[in-house]
Design a protein around this ligand. Sequence first.
Ligand code: IMP
Ligand code: MG
Length: 177
Amino acid sequence: MKKLLPGKVLLPRAAIARRVAGLGQQIADAYAGHELVIVPLLTGGLIFAADLIRRLPIKMRLDVAAVSSYPGRAIRSRGVTIVLPPQLNIRRRHVLIVDDILDSGRTLTAMQNILRRRQAASVKTCVLLRKEQARRAGLWADFVGFDIPDVFVVGYGMDFNHLYRNLPDVVQLRTAR
Ligand code: IMP
Ligand code: MG
């Protein structure tokens, strides 16, 4: 099997930081006067959510949930499993799901369904990245950081085989020569 390694920088850390600050302001404006429950999806949405909530000047609670869609070394989704359901009671509360990437849309849909079943007052979604195939399919999130091409990326929370989440930039995966 060919080795896959971090390659070219797609989004440098400074560009990410600027966009995250902008998203924070956009979200704060959208929820002005309301309390919010933020539900980051582990593990990929962790770094993004940690930065985002510190740019979010509103009253909020932090929950966490986990969905798994890429078993092992897979780079294609094979259906999602809820590994950790949301913990807080979100009945009649406004909820914002925060994740790293919107690709097939299965992850966000699965989590939105759970939260709606639990009777959240509203369920919105925020992703750092939206891939081209999601954009073409007309999939959307309420708040999107960047639209990117259909390449596999790592860094800023995103992994390949559980590696490279700690890279500060978003980097494209490349085949080793
Ligand atoms: P979806 O369920 O197909 O929309 O996939 C979204 C999930 O797949 C995200 O939460 C990511 O964890 C993961 N994912 C999708 N594309 C990538 C990628 O390029 N790098 C790392 N993880 C990815
Ligand atoms: Mg994920």
